[in-house]
Design a protein around this ligand. Structure first.
Ligand code: DP6
Length: 325
């Protein structure tokens, strides 16, 4: 019996990962840059035991169905290939999210699983090797191995595609992210399916690929100079470009709901009123504000006039992977 436990925090990309050049290895089409957050995380325990007759997966206390388990099993197969281990495993995960608002993240989930396997099987993977392993489960998970600002270097093969932290710890202490949790009536299109459809069919996708290196360079320079205005401006612009690509996909789609637009407008109003903040969005309707901590309370007070206070959740920069005993 081999057992390991780990905690991983979710991350939100400021410069987005959107599209794969290799779907099996999960090699992305572009570099991306994220901020790891402290408010949302996953704790996972994995037990490999030779008496098990199949892999099993419990999430938040419930045994998961074949579909959810097969995603975990595929990842465990990669781990079993990498190690001498042949046994099946039991994976028990708990997502710590403030409300059941679609915030459970594959990034924290797969990063925690990778770290728990590393621990259980004493693989002694370096953080870089762990980032590569987590990437095989879900691309954005490779960034959750590290805290603060993190860049995922796209690379050209399995060995060269991994995340690494940017040295910016003292500045991340000044920053916050405010989530506006938005209701959505639409049927979900996962990030995996959405990016695949976009790469294959969107006539706007080549434009996205041209823009990302420029946006990334601007964001990295802004981080090194602690220039919040420039970082926020490029974050918002990059998000809009990513979401623009979905409108030209065949068939077209969008992750935005009416309330997403209401939230974006609220951000613009805050800025006009001199409270600097910028939005970003991922493969869903929730809107996330990048803001300096010193302005958080004022922004929250204004947003509470437009949204229910239960819809507003704030987070700060979070750490990298943690091993639990
Ligand atoms: C929009 O990492 O969830 O959040 O690699 O297919 O598991 P897979 O996709 P995933 O995609 C995240 C996309 C995004 C942008 C980002 O986090 O960079």
């Amino acid at each position: 019996m081999h057992k390991g436990r780990a905690r991983a925090y979710t991350n939100i990309a400021l410069i987005k990962y959107w599209g794969k050049k290799d779907e099996t290895l999960i090699l992305p089409m572009n570099n991306s840059l994220s901020l790891t957050l402290n408010a949302f995380y996953t704790e996972t325990e994995v037990i490999f035991d030779e008496t098990y007759t199949q892999d099993s997966f419990y999430l938040d206390g419930e045994l998961q169905d074949a579909k959810a388990t097969s995603k975990v099993s595929q990842f465990l197969d990669i781990v079993r290939q990498l190690s001498e281990e042949k046994s099946y495993a039991q994976v028990t995960s708990k997502n710590f999210v403030p409300t059941a608002a679609g915030l459970a993240s594959s990034a924290s989930g797969l990063a925690a699983l990778a770290a728990a396997c590393n621990e259980a099987l004493d693989l002694q993977l370096s953080d870089r090797a762990l980032s590569r392993l987590a990437r095989r489960g879900s691309g954005s998970a490779c960034r959750s191995i590290f805290g603060g600002f993190v860049e995922w270097e796209q690379g050209t093969d399995d060995a060269s595609s991994y995340a690494q932290p940017l040295n910016s710890d003292d500045w991340t202490d000044d920053l916050a992210m405010l989530f506006i949790l938005v209701n959505d009536q639409q049927k979900d299109i996962s990030s995996r399916d959405g990016m695949k459809r976009t790469v294959e069919t969107s006539s706007f996708y080549p434009g996205w690929l041209e823009e990302v290196p420029k946006d990334l360079a601007i964001a990295k320079k802004a981080i090194s100079e602690k220039d919040f205005t420039t970082l926020g401006t490029v974050t918002e612009a990059n998000c809009l470009k990513m979401h623009g690509t979905t409108l030209a996909a065949v068939p077209p789609f969008t992750y935005w709901s009416p309330d997403s637009l209401k939230a974006m407008q609220a951000v613009r109003s805050l800025r006009s009123a001199g409270i600097e903040c910028y939005f970003t969005m991922d493969a869903g309707p929730n809107v996330k504000l990048l803001i300096e901590k010193k302005n958080l309370a004022q922004a929250q007070a204004y947003l509470e006039t437009l949204f229910d206070s239960a819809q507003l959740v704030s987070a700060f920069a979070g750490p990298g992977i943690e091993i639990l005993k």
